[in-house]
Design a protein around this ligand. Structure first.
Ligand SMILES: [Zn+2]
Length: 234
């Protein structure tokens, strides 16, 4: 719908990175496709951000000068999240918790507004999110993304398209595709210990499962394993 307004030669794409497997694989795909990639990281004061941002920088180093410099946007959420576990690091959902336990209120809306406005300001016509088809949250749905896109485009030109490059392919297939990169350098833990994956949180369990299901050796260093504790991921 918005494609007709776009400069067809401009395939620049802003990529929202979290340092995790999904957004890193998305970045790899877009770079491989020859897109002009503008990496974005949004800092909100979340408990795991220091380790996450370090991972983002590691992942960007895979592509050296093939991507634009990292842009970091500030979006503090303490005033609305209060004592939410994502800020305090207390009572973080563990390996046995359901997917829904890691929902962050309004997260994608906040990210899209901030990153979307950045794109419009910079004249970048595409904004990419590493959302898999299996994402259970309402703010990852096609309807939600199109609604936010429409709202942002009511400001007029230049138009922005929100895209999901991971769509239509399973995480397992993406990981197999991306195993030429050191995937263990990605980061997806919500309770990091000294910059390492904790090994026992909801996201670490999901990560271990992803490597196992893809049949790829998981070279991640998990703090719980180093302690000698036995860990049995879900
Ligand atoms: Zn963890």
């Amino acid at each position: 719908m918005h494609g007709t307004k776009l400069n067809q030669n401009d395939s620049s794409v802003a990529v929202l990175l979290s340092g995790g497997l999904d957004s890193s694989l998305m970045l790899a795909k877009l770079v491989e496709d020859g897109r002009c990639v503008a990496p974005l990281y949004v800092r909100s004061g979340l408990f795991w951000e220091q380790a996450e941002l370090a991972a983002v920088r590691r992942i960007l180093a895979w592509f050296a000068d093939r991507v634009r410099p990292l842009a970091i946007l500030e979006l503090p959420v303490r005033d609305i999240y209060g004592d939410h576990w994502s800020l305090t690091g207390e009572q973080i959902p563990d390996a046995d918790s359901p997917d829904e336990a890691v929902f962050l209120p309004g997260r994608n809306l906040l990210l899209l507004v901030k990153a979307g406005l950045w794109c419009r300001q910079q004249g970048v016509p595409f904004l990419a999110l590493g959302i898999l088809d299996t994402n259970p949250f309402a703010d990852a749905s096609e309807e939600f993304l199109r609604t936010v896109e429409t709202a942002l485009n009511l400001y007029g030109d230049p138009p922005l398209q929100i895209i999901r490059p991971l769509q239509g392919v399973s995480k397992t297939e993406w990981m197999k595709w991306g195993q030429r990169w050191p995937l263990h350098e990605t980061f997806s833990c919500i309770a990091p210990m000294d910059g390492l994956h904790c090994g026992g949180c909801n996201k670490c369990a999901e990560r271990r499962r992803a490597f196992r299901e893809a049949g790829i050796p998981d070279l991640t260093r998990y703090a719980s394993d180093l302690d000698g504790k036995s860990v049995s991921p879900a």
